[in-house]
Ligand binder design. Structure first.
Ligand code: FAD
Length: 311
């Protein structure tokens, strides 16, 4: 093992639920571990006021409070959190090399990538204004707040279809707004959407504006064929046009799938020995904090096995 002040047994890139959960297991496993937190210490969850589905919090907890608790736990267990971004990685020689935003170079015997994913947005000013005030990219997270109310889902793929079906379970009415004349989802989902009396599909339509004062009260929907604009009163707007995983740093260095997610073997191992991945960056399906934390724990347990073997 390398004896050097910039060397760690494990480096974790990313300080969301996946990276922090990995750090808890790594630190308790006796590994000298550092997390690089990048621009968003605490990860995506700090952007939400209420998390109601993380076990152990019987009342809704603000995302920022939950993540502060996780960071506190990690530090108490002896893991450093370094407030820098990693701007370059070198997995070709061992130990692996990492250049931080300060240009300092760190080395590690193994790495856990937990850089997350970003929801894609349409880019409308009114969409940005009402984010977390009725505009959301996560039906699983925020759907529950619209019980017995009307909502819309923007998109026409599998995620939009799943979100609309999920929301229809407790919302009063769901408008599925799709810019083309045909959905891009599988036949089974399309049948279910059409059979659900609570769902109305608005084809050839786009979101023109989100309306409201302090929170969402409606939307303007534009028919792209007729240019007709209609207003709909509703309380929630769910943008379901996909996510972009934060993998640009690893392009051509490890295997990445066609959608940009890091490929793993189901046990957090990537295409390079000693490089592990956890959380939204390798999860095209679920994107939930508890799942990110679970995969973080798996990654750390596999990494501990790897460094013990490698030594
Ligand atoms: C508004 C909103 C509300 C949500 N609500 C819920 C909810 O109620 N319940 C739920 O379960 N899930 C919710 N989610 C989803 C949940 O936040 C994510 O599934 C979860 O945060 C993913 O965790 P992660 O650790 O994989 O990545 P992230 O939380 O995205 O964290 C990624 C980390 O990587 C860091 N990073 C990225 N690049 C670099 C780099 N080059 N160098 C160093 N660090 C880097 C970032 O700064 C960040 O710290 C919500 C998401 C959003 C956006």
């Amino acid at each position: 093992m390398t004896e050097n002040e910039n060397h760690r047994d494990i480096i974790i890139i990313g300080c969301g639920p996946a990276g922090l959960s990995a750090a808890i297991y790594a630190a308790r496993g006796g590994a000298k571990t550092a997390i690089f937190s990048g621009m968003l210490p605490g990860g995506q969850l700090i952007q939400t006021m209420e998390v109601e589905n993380f076990p152990g919090f019987p009342e809704a907890v603000p995302g920022a409070d939950l993540m502060q608790k996780m960071m506190h736990q990690v530090k108490r267990l002896g893991c450093e959190i370094l407030g820098e971004e990693i701007i370059k990685v070198d997995f070709e020689t061992k130990p692996f090399k990492f250049t931080a935003s300060s240009k300092k170079v760190f080395t590690a015997d193994s790495v856990i990538i937990a850089t997350g994913a970003k929801a894609r947005w349409l880019g409308l000013p009114s969409e940005t204004k009402f984010r977390n005030k009725g505009v959301s990219s996560c039906a699983t997270c925020d759907g529950f707040f619209h019980r017995n109310k009307d909502v819309c889902v923007i998109g026409g793929g599998d995620t939009a279809a799943e979100d609309a079906l999920f929301l229809a379970k407790f919302s009063n009415k769901v408008y599925l707004v799709h810019r083309r004349d045909k959905l891009r989802t599988n036949r089974r989902s399309e049948e279910k959407l059409k059979a659900n009396p609570k769902i109305e599909i608005l084809y050839d339509s786009t979101l023109d504006e989100v309306l409201g004062s302090d929170k969402v009260s409606g939307v303007k929907i534009k028919n792209v064929k007729t240019n007709e604009i209609k207003e709909i009163n509703l309380s929630g707007v769910f943008i379901a046009i996909g996510h972009t995983p934060e993998t640009s740093l690893f392009k051509d260095k490890i295997e990445i799938d066609a959608q940009g997610y890091i490929k793993t073997d189901g046990h957090a191992k990537t295409s390079i020995e000693g490089v592990f991945a956890a959380g939204d960056v390798m999860d095209p399906n679920y994107k939930q904090a508890v799942i990110a934390a679970g995969t973080g724990a798996v990654a750390a347990m596999e990494t501990l096995k790897y460094i013990n073997i490698a030594r």
